[in-house]
Write a protein that binds this ligand. Structure first.
Ligand SMILES: Cc1ncc(COP(=O)(O)O)c(C=O)c1O
Length: 408
């Protein structure tokens, strides 16, 4: 049998072992009441997660993908609409747009933050679209479609630069729906409002994933939508439950997209630890920055802009010779990942969109170089030292070449 990794990419056993009794109590409660779907455990978690995100409402759903899809549908996004997002994200972002009936348009990311570049967004809105003042509609003449919404993705646990994105959305009458699936608890400093804001509280709605490996993960599938808009929240509740507010009375066709009560109960237990776990991720990330600082000429470390307080869902570096880097670390028992190896516009699933290599050069360049290092709240300093020692050894073992896109 293969030896267990010295440093796993992610340890999902430790956090659950620590909370075993509390988590099992949730199962017992569900068994005692046979309350498996909906009910008080879901409602309690929704209240607590809304408070955590500084929003008025939270609607628990089956996954982050459902959260995005239901948010789009509830916000009225439909066939004939264009939704703008980035090509450097998980495919769920664009699947949900397509499944709501809309078309996807990409704008490239910022090379330093890996999130939507507001300058490229402005360029697309100003130069590729016509704004009809009378109807307050933004039309893309090429497709004659209405541009309806922007989906910034708070990738790797860091928020997108929301002030300029929200300002553009207001100017062109567009909705902003945040993909906060990797950013539970991340914060953004709004220079405009002079206040720190939580991921999930800045758009008209936001989607969260509780996939087990996320900063707040269920013990299975789960997701949530946050919003300050009561009408939207009510519509999302209908959509997640076959369009019914009262059993067997269907106002609309919906989906089976509810959050299980056992998952909600587990999430409520884990939510109490989330701030502390996020702090631990931040400290580990800062320690990585410090320890890897000497290797700055051979790798690009993550940059935390002054306007974001990231929660480091992932700690992503960029290296020149990624395959050899991953093999070296893998042989030393250290897990790594790539988020994501193929930009969405170049995925086979989107071949019909006609994008070509070179269309989004920053995303493409980044996708060739990124590696996610081990990152989880229970990682010990010894484990982290082991990762850093092996990276140093790898770099010393070859004449490292500067990455193609040095950070200014
Ligand atoms: C950025 C992003 N969006 C959406 C999703 C979809 O979430 P889920 O897997 O819960 O459907 C994920 C999950 O990996 C994600 O990372």
């Amino acid at each position: 049998m293969a030896n267990p990794p010295k440093v796993p990419f992610l340890d999902l056993v430790a956090p659950h072992s620590e909370l075993r009794d509390e988590l099992l109590a949730v199962v017992n409660k569900a068994f005692d009441t046979a309350g498996f779907i909906g009910g008080p455990m879901v409602e309690e978690f929704e209240r607590e997660f809304a408070a955590f995100c500084h929003t008025k409402y939270c609607v628990g759903v089956n996954s982050g993908t459902d959260a995005l899809r239901f948010a789009f549908i509830a916000a009225g996004i439909a066939e004939g609409d264009i939704v703008i997002t980035v090509p450097n994200t998980f495919i769920a972002t664009t699947e949900a747009i397509s499944q709501a009936g809309a078309s996807v348009t990409f704008v490239d990311i910022d090379e330093r933050t890996y999130t939507m570049d507001p300058i490229r967004l402005r360029d697309y809105l100003e130069n590729n679209c016509d704004y009809e003042t009378a109807t307050r509609k933004l039309i893309e003449p090429k497709s004659k479609k209405r541009v309806a919404a922007i989906v910034p993705v708070h990738l790797y646990g860091q928020t997108a630069d929301m002030d300029p994105i929200l300002e553009l959305a207001q100017r062109f009458n567009l909705l902003v729906i945040e993909d906060a699936c990797q950013a539970h608890g991340a914060e953004y400093y709004s220079e405009k409002d002079k206040v720190w804001k939580r991921a999930g509280s800045m758009g008209v709605a936001a989607a969260f994933s509780f996939y087990p490996g996320k900063n707040l993960g269920a013990c299975g599938e789960g997701g949530a939508i946050t919003t300050n808009d009561l009408t939207l929240a009510q519509r999302m509740k209908l959509i997640r439950d076959h369009g019914q507010a009262k059993k067997y009375y269907h106002d609309i066709e919906g989906y089976n997209g509810r959050l299980d009560s056992i998952q909600a109960g587990w999430l409520a237990v884990k939510l109490r630890h989330l701030d502390e776990w996020n702090e631990s991720r931040r400290s580990l990330a800062h320690r990585y920055n410090q320890l890897l600082g000497e290797l700055k000429d051979s790798m690009i470390l993550p940059i935390e802009s002054t306007w974001t307080k990231g929660v480091f869902h992932l700690y992503v570096v960029r290296v020149q010779d990624r395959e050899a880097f991953q093999t070296f670390l893998g042989d030393a028992g250290i897990g790594t990942g790539i988020h994501y190896p193929v930009p969405l516009h170049l995925q086979r699933a989107y071949g019909h969109m006609g994008y070509q290599p070179g269309d989004f050069p920053v995303t493409e360049q980044v996708a060739r170089q990124i590696v996610s290092l081990p990152m989880f709240p229970q990682m010990t300093q010894e484990q982290q030292d082991e990762v850093v020692a092996n990276i140093s050894e790898f770099i010393a073992s070859r004449l490292a070449v500067r990455p193609e896109l040095p950070v200014s």
